[in-house]
Design a binder for this molecule. Structure first.
Ligand code: NAD
Ligand code: ZN
Length: 360
Protein backbone atom coordinates (compact mmCIF):
# COMPACT_ATOMS: atom_id res chain seq x y z
CA UNK A 1 0.00 0.00 0.00
CA UNK A 2 1.37 3.34 -1.01
CA UNK A 3 -0.24 6.43 0.50
CA UNK A 4 -0.72 9.58 -1.48
CA UNK A 5 1.34 12.57 -0.46
CA UNK A 6 -0.86 15.60 -1.05
CA UNK A 7 0.15 19.24 -1.14
CA UNK A 8 -1.90 21.74 0.86
CA UNK A 9 -2.41 25.47 0.44
CA UNK A 10 0.62 26.81 2.34
CA UNK A 11 -0.83 30.18 3.29
CA UNK A 12 -4.32 31.29 4.15
CA UNK A 13 -5.75 34.41 5.69
CA UNK A 14 -9.25 34.38 7.18
CA UNK A 15 -11.43 37.24 8.30
CA UNK A 16 -13.93 39.88 7.33
CA UNK A 17 -12.05 42.64 5.54
CA UNK A 18 -8.89 40.57 5.05
CA UNK A 19 -9.14 41.36 1.32
CA UNK A 20 -7.61 44.73 2.23
CA UNK A 21 -4.34 42.94 2.99
CA UNK A 22 -3.93 41.71 -0.56
CA UNK A 23 -1.52 44.48 -1.44
CA UNK A 24 0.80 43.65 1.49
CA UNK A 25 0.59 39.96 0.71
CA UNK A 26 1.56 40.14 -2.93
CA UNK A 27 4.07 43.02 -2.82
CA UNK A 28 7.04 40.80 -1.82
CA UNK A 29 6.13 38.40 -4.65
CA UNK A 30 6.61 40.99 -7.37
CA UNK A 31 9.53 39.81 -9.51
CA UNK A 32 10.18 43.13 -11.25
CA UNK A 33 8.33 46.22 -12.41
CA UNK A 34 7.98 44.57 -15.81
CA UNK A 35 6.46 41.42 -14.35
CA UNK A 36 2.84 42.31 -13.62
CA UNK A 37 0.23 40.70 -11.47
CA UNK A 38 -2.76 39.59 -13.51
CA UNK A 39 -6.10 39.73 -11.72
CA UNK A 40 -8.75 37.46 -13.21
CA UNK A 41 -12.05 38.79 -11.85
CA UNK A 42 -15.63 37.58 -12.31
CA UNK A 43 -17.37 40.16 -14.48
CA UNK A 44 -20.26 40.26 -12.04
CA UNK A 45 -18.00 42.73 -10.19
CA UNK A 46 -17.33 44.96 -13.18
CA UNK A 47 -19.28 47.93 -11.82
CA UNK A 48 -18.94 47.03 -8.17
CA UNK A 49 -16.45 49.66 -7.06
CA UNK A 50 -16.62 48.56 -3.42
CA UNK A 51 -14.60 45.58 -4.62
CA UNK A 52 -12.73 46.73 -7.74
CA UNK A 53 -11.39 49.91 -6.12
CA UNK A 54 -9.65 47.70 -3.57
CA UNK A 55 -7.77 45.61 -6.13
CA UNK A 56 -4.18 46.79 -5.65
CA UNK A 57 -2.81 47.37 -9.15
CA UNK A 58 0.47 49.12 -9.89
CA UNK A 59 3.02 49.26 -12.76
CA UNK A 60 1.73 47.07 -15.60
CA UNK A 61 -0.69 45.03 -13.49
CA UNK A 62 -3.89 44.12 -15.29
CA UNK A 63 -7.44 43.31 -14.36
CA UNK A 64 -9.17 40.96 -16.79
CA UNK A 65 -12.90 40.59 -16.25
CA UNK A 66 -14.23 37.18 -17.18
CA UNK A 67 -17.79 35.90 -17.44
CA UNK A 68 -18.62 32.81 -15.41
CA UNK A 69 -21.75 32.15 -17.40
CA UNK A 70 -20.07 29.08 -18.81
CA UNK A 71 -17.70 26.78 -17.02
CA UNK A 72 -14.01 27.07 -17.92
CA UNK A 73 -12.78 25.50 -21.13
CA UNK A 74 -9.30 24.37 -22.08
CA UNK A 75 -9.44 26.58 -25.20
CA UNK A 76 -10.34 29.57 -23.02
CA UNK A 77 -7.25 28.92 -20.88
CA UNK A 78 -5.09 28.73 -24.02
CA UNK A 79 -6.45 32.06 -25.26
CA UNK A 80 -5.97 33.76 -21.91
CA UNK A 81 -2.39 32.53 -21.60
CA UNK A 82 -1.59 33.72 -25.10
CA UNK A 83 -3.08 37.11 -24.45
CA UNK A 84 -1.21 37.49 -21.17
CA UNK A 85 2.13 36.45 -22.64
CA UNK A 86 1.73 38.71 -25.68
CA UNK A 87 0.94 41.77 -23.59
CA UNK A 88 3.53 41.46 -20.84
CA UNK A 89 7.19 42.38 -21.05
CA UNK A 90 8.24 39.63 -18.68
CA UNK A 91 6.62 36.52 -17.30
CA UNK A 92 3.95 37.73 -14.84
CA UNK A 93 4.69 37.81 -11.12
CA UNK A 94 1.45 36.04 -10.38
CA UNK A 95 -2.17 35.27 -11.19
CA UNK A 96 -4.89 36.27 -8.76
CA UNK A 97 -8.34 34.73 -9.21
CA UNK A 98 -11.31 36.58 -7.70
CA UNK A 99 -14.69 34.88 -8.01
CA UNK A 100 -16.36 31.50 -7.66
CA UNK A 101 -15.16 28.06 -8.69
CA UNK A 102 -15.09 29.15 -12.32
CA UNK A 103 -12.64 32.00 -11.76
CA UNK A 104 -10.59 30.06 -9.22
CA UNK A 105 -10.17 27.18 -11.65
CA UNK A 106 -9.23 29.54 -14.46
CA UNK A 107 -6.61 31.21 -12.28
CA UNK A 108 -5.09 27.86 -11.35
CA UNK A 109 -5.05 26.65 -14.95
CA UNK A 110 -3.57 29.87 -16.36
CA UNK A 111 -0.82 29.89 -13.73
CA UNK A 112 0.11 26.34 -14.75
CA UNK A 113 -0.06 26.93 -18.49
CA UNK A 114 2.24 29.95 -18.35
CA UNK A 115 5.12 27.62 -17.51
CA UNK A 116 4.06 24.48 -19.37
CA UNK A 117 4.24 24.03 -23.12
CA UNK A 118 1.52 23.05 -25.54
CA UNK A 119 -2.21 23.02 -25.17
CA UNK A 120 -4.14 22.88 -21.93
CA UNK A 121 -6.13 19.84 -23.01
CA UNK A 122 -2.95 17.75 -22.91
CA UNK A 123 -2.76 18.25 -19.14
CA UNK A 124 -6.27 17.08 -18.27
CA UNK A 125 -5.76 14.05 -16.10
CA UNK A 126 -3.59 13.08 -13.19
CA UNK A 127 -0.03 14.34 -12.65
CA UNK A 128 0.75 15.36 -16.23
CA UNK A 129 2.09 18.83 -15.35
CA UNK A 130 5.88 19.02 -15.60
CA UNK A 131 6.86 22.49 -14.40
CA UNK A 132 5.72 24.37 -11.29
CA UNK A 133 3.05 27.01 -11.91
CA UNK A 134 3.73 30.69 -11.34
CA UNK A 135 2.61 32.21 -8.03
CA UNK A 136 -1.18 32.09 -7.78
CA UNK A 137 -3.68 33.42 -5.27
CA UNK A 138 -7.32 32.37 -4.85
CA UNK A 139 -9.96 34.72 -3.45
CA UNK A 140 -13.41 33.08 -3.35
CA UNK A 141 -16.47 35.31 -3.58
CA UNK A 142 -19.01 32.50 -3.22
CA UNK A 143 -18.68 29.42 -1.01
CA UNK A 144 -19.11 25.73 -1.62
CA UNK A 145 -16.96 24.23 -4.35
CA UNK A 146 -13.81 23.78 -2.31
CA UNK A 147 -11.87 24.91 -5.40
CA UNK A 148 -9.92 27.17 -3.06
CA UNK A 149 -8.23 24.16 -1.42
CA UNK A 150 -8.35 21.46 -4.02
CA UNK A 151 -5.56 19.92 -6.09
CA UNK A 152 -7.58 20.14 -9.27
CA UNK A 153 -8.93 22.64 -11.76
CA UNK A 154 -11.99 21.33 -13.57
CA UNK A 155 -11.96 22.08 -17.30
CA UNK A 156 -14.09 21.14 -20.24
CA UNK A 157 -11.94 20.11 -23.17
CA UNK A 158 -12.77 18.92 -26.66
CA UNK A 159 -12.97 15.32 -25.52
CA UNK A 160 -13.72 15.38 -21.85
CA UNK A 161 -14.54 17.32 -18.76
CA UNK A 162 -11.65 16.54 -16.47
CA UNK A 163 -9.38 18.40 -14.11
CA UNK A 164 -5.72 19.17 -14.23
CA UNK A 165 -4.88 17.26 -11.08
CA UNK A 166 -1.34 17.98 -9.99
CA UNK A 167 0.88 18.97 -7.10
CA UNK A 168 1.33 22.35 -8.82
CA UNK A 169 -2.39 23.12 -8.99
CA UNK A 170 -3.17 24.28 -5.40
CA UNK A 171 -2.99 27.97 -4.67
CA UNK A 172 0.10 29.44 -3.00
CA UNK A 173 -2.14 31.77 -1.06
CA UNK A 174 -5.86 31.93 -0.30
CA UNK A 175 -7.78 34.86 1.12
CA UNK A 176 -11.02 33.93 2.89
CA UNK A 177 -12.99 37.14 3.35
CA UNK A 178 -16.66 36.26 3.76
CA UNK A 179 -17.69 39.86 3.16
CA UNK A 180 -17.00 39.26 -0.52
CA UNK A 181 -19.91 36.79 -0.58
CA UNK A 182 -22.50 39.21 0.79
CA UNK A 183 -24.39 39.81 -2.49
CA UNK A 184 -24.64 36.26 -3.81
CA UNK A 185 -28.25 35.68 -4.96
CA UNK A 186 -30.18 33.13 -2.86
CA UNK A 187 -30.53 30.49 -5.55
CA UNK A 188 -26.86 30.57 -6.46
CA UNK A 189 -25.96 30.55 -2.76
CA UNK A 190 -28.01 27.39 -2.41
CA UNK A 191 -26.65 25.61 -5.49
CA UNK A 192 -22.99 26.29 -4.73
CA UNK A 193 -23.57 25.63 -1.02
CA UNK A 194 -25.13 22.28 -1.89
CA UNK A 195 -22.00 21.41 -3.85
CA UNK A 196 -20.28 21.44 -0.47
CA UNK A 197 -23.05 19.44 1.17
CA UNK A 198 -22.90 16.84 -1.62
CA UNK A 199 -19.10 16.64 -1.32
CA UNK A 200 -19.62 15.71 2.33
CA UNK A 201 -22.27 13.06 1.67
CA UNK A 202 -20.32 11.48 -1.17
CA UNK A 203 -17.10 11.47 0.79
CA UNK A 204 -18.60 10.22 4.07
CA UNK A 205 -20.54 7.36 2.47
CA UNK A 206 -17.81 6.35 0.03
CA UNK A 207 -15.63 3.27 0.15
CA UNK A 208 -12.49 5.44 0.05
CA UNK A 209 -13.34 7.00 3.40
CA UNK A 210 -10.59 7.24 6.00
CA UNK A 211 -10.16 9.12 9.27
CA UNK A 212 -8.52 12.08 7.53
CA UNK A 213 -11.45 12.61 5.14
CA UNK A 214 -14.02 11.76 7.75
CA UNK A 215 -12.83 14.36 10.22
CA UNK A 216 -13.09 17.15 7.63
CA UNK A 217 -16.29 15.77 6.10
CA UNK A 218 -18.13 15.53 9.41
CA UNK A 219 -17.15 19.06 10.34
CA UNK A 220 -18.36 20.43 7.01
CA UNK A 221 -21.60 18.45 7.21
CA UNK A 222 -22.39 19.84 10.66
CA UNK A 223 -21.75 23.36 9.41
CA UNK A 224 -24.04 22.78 6.41
CA UNK A 225 -26.84 21.56 8.66
CA UNK A 226 -26.49 24.63 10.84
CA UNK A 227 -26.42 27.00 7.85
CA UNK A 228 -29.17 25.47 5.76
CA UNK A 229 -31.57 24.07 8.37
CA UNK A 230 -31.40 26.34 11.40
CA UNK A 231 -32.41 29.95 11.91
CA UNK A 232 -30.04 30.79 14.73
CA UNK A 233 -27.16 32.27 12.73
CA UNK A 234 -26.61 35.92 11.88
CA UNK A 235 -25.93 36.65 8.21
CA UNK A 236 -22.26 37.27 8.89
CA UNK A 237 -21.94 34.04 10.88
CA UNK A 238 -23.66 32.08 8.15
CA UNK A 239 -21.33 33.52 5.49
CA UNK A 240 -18.22 32.79 7.56
CA UNK A 241 -19.38 29.29 8.40
CA UNK A 242 -20.19 28.44 4.79
CA UNK A 243 -16.73 29.58 3.80
CA UNK A 244 -15.23 27.16 6.32
CA UNK A 245 -17.65 24.39 5.32
CA UNK A 246 -16.46 24.77 1.73
CA UNK A 247 -12.84 24.55 2.88
CA UNK A 248 -13.44 21.45 5.00
CA UNK A 249 -15.58 19.79 2.34
CA UNK A 250 -12.76 20.35 -0.13
CA UNK A 251 -10.21 18.93 2.32
CA UNK A 252 -12.41 15.90 2.84
CA UNK A 253 -12.46 14.97 -0.86
CA UNK A 254 -8.77 15.72 -1.31
CA UNK A 255 -8.13 12.46 0.51
CA UNK A 256 -11.17 10.50 -0.67
CA UNK A 257 -13.37 11.08 -3.72
CA UNK A 258 -16.78 12.30 -4.78
CA UNK A 259 -19.45 9.92 -6.02
CA UNK A 260 -22.60 9.29 -8.05
CA UNK A 261 -23.97 12.86 -8.13
CA UNK A 262 -20.71 14.27 -9.44
CA UNK A 263 -20.24 11.48 -11.96
CA UNK A 264 -23.72 12.09 -13.38
CA UNK A 265 -23.53 15.87 -13.15
CA UNK A 266 -20.36 15.87 -15.27
CA UNK A 267 -22.41 14.17 -18.00
CA UNK A 268 -25.06 16.91 -17.85
CA UNK A 269 -22.44 19.59 -17.91
CA UNK A 270 -20.57 18.11 -20.88
CA UNK A 271 -23.65 17.67 -23.06
CA UNK A 272 -25.99 20.44 -21.91
CA UNK A 273 -23.59 22.91 -20.31
CA UNK A 274 -25.46 22.59 -17.01
CA UNK A 275 -23.40 24.33 -14.35
CA UNK A 276 -21.81 22.35 -11.56
CA UNK A 277 -23.85 23.54 -8.58
CA UNK A 278 -27.31 23.35 -10.09
CA UNK A 279 -26.40 20.17 -12.01
CA UNK A 280 -25.40 18.45 -8.78
CA UNK A 281 -28.70 19.48 -7.21
CA UNK A 282 -30.76 18.22 -10.16
CA UNK A 283 -28.99 14.86 -10.02
CA UNK A 284 -28.83 14.48 -6.25
CA UNK A 285 -32.57 15.03 -5.96
CA UNK A 286 -33.03 11.64 -7.66
CA UNK A 287 -30.39 9.62 -5.82
CA UNK A 288 -32.38 8.29 -2.82
CA UNK A 289 -31.31 4.80 -3.76
CA UNK A 290 -27.64 5.62 -3.27
CA UNK A 291 -27.80 8.26 -0.55
CA UNK A 292 -31.12 7.82 1.33
CA UNK A 293 -30.31 9.97 4.36
CA UNK A 294 -28.41 12.57 2.39
CA UNK A 295 -31.20 13.07 -0.13
CA UNK A 296 -33.84 13.32 2.59
CA UNK A 297 -31.95 16.13 4.26
CA UNK A 298 -31.29 17.78 0.91
CA UNK A 299 -35.01 17.88 0.20
CA UNK A 300 -35.65 19.46 3.59
CA UNK A 301 -33.08 22.17 2.85
CA UNK A 302 -34.52 22.77 -0.60
CA UNK A 303 -37.98 23.18 0.89
CA UNK A 304 -36.82 25.50 3.63
CA UNK A 305 -35.30 27.89 1.11
CA UNK A 306 -38.10 27.59 -1.48
CA UNK A 307 -35.79 26.34 -4.19
CA UNK A 308 -37.52 25.01 -7.27
CA UNK A 309 -35.25 22.90 -9.46
CA UNK A 310 -35.68 22.75 -13.24
CA UNK A 311 -37.48 19.62 -14.41
CA UNK A 312 -37.36 17.57 -17.59
CA UNK A 313 -33.96 18.77 -18.76
CA UNK A 314 -33.28 15.35 -20.33
CA UNK A 315 -36.80 14.78 -21.61
CA UNK A 316 -36.10 15.67 -25.25
CA UNK A 317 -32.70 14.07 -25.59
CA UNK A 318 -32.07 11.51 -28.32
CA UNK A 319 -30.62 8.08 -27.55
CA UNK A 320 -27.35 9.22 -29.06
CA UNK A 321 -27.20 12.23 -26.73
CA UNK A 322 -28.08 10.13 -23.73
CA UNK A 323 -25.31 7.72 -24.69
CA UNK A 324 -22.77 10.54 -24.76
CA UNK A 325 -23.77 11.59 -21.27
CA UNK A 326 -23.64 8.03 -20.01
CA UNK A 327 -20.21 7.51 -21.53
CA UNK A 328 -18.82 10.68 -19.97
CA UNK A 329 -20.28 9.72 -16.63
CA UNK A 330 -19.02 6.13 -16.64
CA UNK A 331 -15.55 7.26 -17.66
CA UNK A 332 -15.12 8.77 -14.18
CA UNK A 333 -14.11 5.43 -12.75
CA UNK A 334 -12.67 6.52 -9.38
CA UNK A 335 -15.94 8.28 -8.55
CA UNK A 336 -17.97 5.13 -9.19
CA UNK A 337 -15.50 2.95 -7.38
CA UNK A 338 -15.64 5.24 -4.38
CA UNK A 339 -19.44 5.26 -4.40
CA UNK A 340 -20.15 1.59 -5.11
CA UNK A 341 -16.99 -0.36 -4.37
CA UNK A 342 -14.65 -2.45 -6.47
CA UNK A 343 -17.46 -4.25 -8.26
CA UNK A 344 -19.16 -1.03 -9.31
CA UNK A 345 -19.47 -2.14 -12.92
CA UNK A 346 -21.90 -4.82 -11.82
CA UNK A 347 -23.99 -2.33 -9.89
CA UNK A 348 -24.36 0.50 -12.37
CA UNK A 349 -25.11 -0.17 -16.01
CA UNK A 350 -25.72 2.15 -18.97
CA UNK A 351 -29.37 1.11 -18.87
CA UNK A 352 -29.71 2.07 -15.24
CA UNK A 353 -28.02 5.42 -15.85
CA UNK A 354 -30.32 6.10 -18.76
CA UNK A 355 -33.38 5.55 -16.56
CA UNK A 356 -31.99 7.93 -13.99
CA UNK A 357 -31.15 10.64 -16.52
CA UNK A 358 -34.60 10.37 -18.05
CA UNK A 359 -36.15 11.21 -14.69
CA UNK A 360 -34.24 14.51 -14.51
P1 NAD B 1 -19.35 30.18 -10.41
O1 NAD B 1 -17.96 30.62 -10.20
O2 NAD B 1 -19.66 29.56 -11.72
O3 NAD B 1 -20.33 31.40 -10.16
C1 NAD B 1 -21.72 31.18 -10.12
C2 NAD B 1 -22.48 32.49 -10.25
O4 NAD B 1 -22.33 33.26 -9.06
C3 NAD B 1 -21.96 33.35 -11.39
O5 NAD B 1 -23.06 33.92 -12.04
C4 NAD B 1 -21.14 34.41 -10.68
O6 NAD B 1 -21.07 35.59 -11.43
C5 NAD B 1 -21.92 34.57 -9.40
N1 NAD B 1 -21.17 35.14 -8.27
C6 NAD B 1 -19.99 34.72 -7.76
N2 NAD B 1 -19.65 35.45 -6.68
C7 NAD B 1 -20.63 36.37 -6.52
C8 NAD B 1 -20.86 37.42 -5.58
N3 NAD B 1 -20.03 37.64 -4.56
N4 NAD B 1 -21.96 38.17 -5.72
C9 NAD B 1 -22.86 37.93 -6.72
N5 NAD B 1 -22.71 36.95 -7.63
C10 NAD B 1 -21.61 36.17 -7.53
O7 NAD B 1 -19.88 29.20 -9.29
P2 NAD B 1 -19.29 28.08 -8.37
O8 NAD B 1 -20.43 27.22 -8.07
O9 NAD B 1 -18.49 28.64 -7.25
O10 NAD B 1 -18.25 27.32 -9.30
C11 NAD B 1 -18.60 26.34 -10.22
C12 NAD B 1 -17.35 25.90 -10.93
O11 NAD B 1 -16.44 25.36 -9.99
C13 NAD B 1 -17.56 24.85 -11.99
O12 NAD B 1 -16.86 25.20 -13.14
C14 NAD B 1 -16.99 23.60 -11.37
O13 NAD B 1 -16.48 22.69 -12.32
C15 NAD B 1 -15.91 24.15 -10.50
N6 NAD B 1 -15.53 23.30 -9.38
C16 NAD B 1 -14.22 23.13 -9.14
C17 NAD B 1 -13.78 22.36 -8.10
C18 NAD B 1 -12.33 22.18 -7.85
O14 NAD B 1 -11.97 21.49 -6.93
N7 NAD B 1 -11.47 22.77 -8.62
C19 NAD B 1 -14.71 21.75 -7.25
C20 NAD B 1 -16.06 21.94 -7.51
C21 NAD B 1 -16.46 22.73 -8.56
ZN1 ZN C 1 -18.49 19.58 -6.61
Amino acid sequence: MSYKNFPMVPRVIFGRGSFNQLSDIIAPKRLSINAPFIFLVDDVFKNKTWLTSRIPTSYDDRIIFISSKEEPKTSQVDELVEEIILKTKERPSGIIGIGGGTLLDLAKAVSIMITNEGETKNYQGWDLVKNPAIYHVGIPTISGTGAEVSRTTVLTGPERKLGINSDFTPFDQVILDSELTKDVPTEQWFYTGMDCYIHCIESLTGTYLNAFSQSYGEMALELCKEIFLEDSLTKTDAQEKLMMASWHGGMSIVYSQVGVAHAMSYGLSYLLGTKHGIGNCIVFNHLEEFYPDGVKLFKAMKKKHNIVLPKGICADLSDRELDIMIKISLSLEPLWENALGENWKKKITPKKLKELYQKM
